[in-house]
Design a protein around this ligand. Structure first.
Ligand code: URA
Ligand code: SF4
Length: 215
């Protein structure tokens, strides 16, 4: 029988009223779920704390876990290219993840670490960080990259395949904001080569829609 996993959730580690730097520092001690333990370090966020646009990914990958910075691996490079191509100023973007520690499986110590998607329990446990940082940054538009970010922030009926690329106005602790869900850049990388350009163009088109939604 599976042993019950203790997941107190991140809330008790989130310092009230802290700015993004304060949140980043505090997240280093978070034991809100079990993912902190096998990971190298917490990966909090990058980009401007006064950005008008926030991009929310899934969780750090192998390279992000080693470097402590989100979106620095292959998916991150693709995302950066798409952001540039959409005409979005890098200085106007805040980048973070729904889950702040890398979840992976590994056959033996030292062998390759294989990405494992976070489950709903991890998303829920980590959500206080996401809520606190978005409340601080107070972006006008929030883009959810893939199903995990969508689960953290969008109505539960949302499906990436059928609802992507459409803006939605949703209530938040900082008033109503525009949200948009799209595919994850890693999903673009997994598309067979002959269809990959179309998938990438779709991501760029959705990012353009997000940019157009800025006031
Ligand atoms: N994928 C994500 O969702 N986030 C990262 O930071 C890297 C890869
Ligand atoms: Fe805390 Fe989130 Fe890391 Fe879990 S994944 S330990 S909730 S920061």
């Amino acid at each position: 029988m599976a042993t019950k996993v203790e997941r107190p959730g991140a809330q008790q580690w989130v310092p009230e009223g802290a700015d993004v730097e304060g949140l980043r520092e505090a997240a280093g001690s978070c034991h809100g779920c079990e993912l902190w333990e096998p990971a190298t370090q917490v990966v909090f966020s990058a980009g401007s704390p006064t950005a008008r646009l926030a991009l929310v990914g899934e969780q750090p990958g192998d390279q992000e876990d080693r470097r402590g910075v989100p979106f620095v691996g292959p998916a991150g490079r693709l995302l950066q290219r798409a952001v540039d191509e959409a005409g979005i100023e890098r200085s106007d973007v805040y980048v973070t993840n729904a889950v702040k520690h890398f979840r992976f499986t590994q056959k033996a110590p030292g062998s390759r670490r294989i990405h494992a998607s976070p489950d709903v329990g991890h998303i829920t446990a980590c959500r206080p960080w996401l809520a606190a940082e978005l409340a601080q940054v107070d972006p006008e538009v929030v883009v959810c990259l893939g199903a995990t970010a969508a689960k953290a922030l969008l109505p539960k009926e949302f499906r990436v395949t059928k609802d992507r690329g459409r803006t939605m106005v949703l209530p938040t602790s900082r008033g109503e904001k525009t949200f948009l869900g799209t595919i994850h850049p890693s999903a673009v990388l997994r598309v067979p080569e002959e269809d990959r350009q179309a998938a990438y163009d779709g991501l760029v088109a959705d990012l353009r829609t997000a940019l157009a939604a800025l006031g």
